[in-house]
Design a protein around this ligand. Structure first.
Ligand code: AP5
Length: 220
């Protein structure tokens, strides 16, 4: 177990399929972090047909970002909840553009919370399609384990190794949406790499290696 310092608050950046969700599982366990996974929160809102979900649905279906205001409020509420419980957080999928990054800065400053590191996972764009189309996820919300048909298959087809629930494929994990999601990443999210580099808290890791090797690089 890694020793807990005063604060251990992280964000994960990277293109679709880079392995953010996979590494978030490892990091959150190792550092006892509360994982705030924006994509899952949005997908749950779509499923529950909340006002946010109804608005978000069309953007997710096109591989575009959901309206900033909706996402910012959602995530700041989550950070508020986590900080009241005196826990550290790991943001997976937020911020995703400069507007969100500035809103996060402001919200953290107002609450006297430090952001310790932004971890950017790099991935060869040629690997995106196989990573995304092969992904399967546990339907059990409190488990959420991520598998890959080829790279990390479950022991039993379609069943989660950890909790025995069924696995599912995300609606937006279609080959024809991958390019649009990548374009959104390149135009909106990639500029955050310089944003966090300028703050001196960026850490870049190579996401092309095996999951355990990527974890090792992050934890080192
Ligand atoms: P989100 O759910 O955040 O999706 P994403 O950023 O596109 O990222 P992914 O979840 O696809 O990939 P990942 O990096 O987590 O990869 P994973 O670990 O699963 O967002 C979805 C949508 O919600 C967005 O398009 C947008 O519409 C909306 N949204 C979300 N946040 C928003 C925001 N802040 N503002 C506005 N809109 C927002 O790995 C992928 C697969 O590869 C898995 O099968 C895994 O097993 C496998 N794998 C992982 N690592 C390795 C490895 N090293 N080697 C081999 N296989 C690996």
């Amino acid at each position: 177990m890694v020793e807990k310092t005063k604060s251990n608050n992280f964000i994960l950046l990277g293109p679709p399929g880079a392995g953010k969700g996979t590494q978030a599982q490892v990091l959150s366990k190792t550092f006892e972090l509360e994982k705030i996974d924006t994509g899952s929160l949005i997908r749950q809102a779509i499923k529950d047909e909340t006002p946010l979900g109804l608005e978000a649905k069309k953007f997710v279906a096109q591989g575009k970002l959901v309206t900033d205001e909706l996402v910012i409020n959602l995530i700041i509420e989550e950070i508020e909840r986590v900080s009241k419980e005196n826990k550290n957080f790991l943001l997976d999928g937020f911020p995703r553009n400069l507007i969100q990054a500035n809103a996060l800065d402001k919200a953290l400053q107002e609450r006297n919370i430090e952001l310790n590191q932004a971890i950017s996972i790099k991935l060869d764009p040629n690997k995106l399609v196989e990573r995304i189309t092969g992904r399967r996820i546990c339907t059990n919300k409190s488990c959420g384990a991520v598998y890959h048909l080829q790279f990390s298959p479950p022991k039993e087809n379609g069943i989660c190794d950890l909790c025995g629930s069924l696995l599912f494929q995300r609606e937006d994990d279609k080959e024809e949406l991958v390019q649009s999601r990548l374009n959104t990443y390149l135009s909106e999210t990639a500029p955050l790499i310089d944003f966090y580099k300028n703050k001196g808290i960026l850490r870049e890791v190579d996401g092309n290696k095996k999951p355990e090797e990527v974890s090792k690089e992050i934890l080192s």
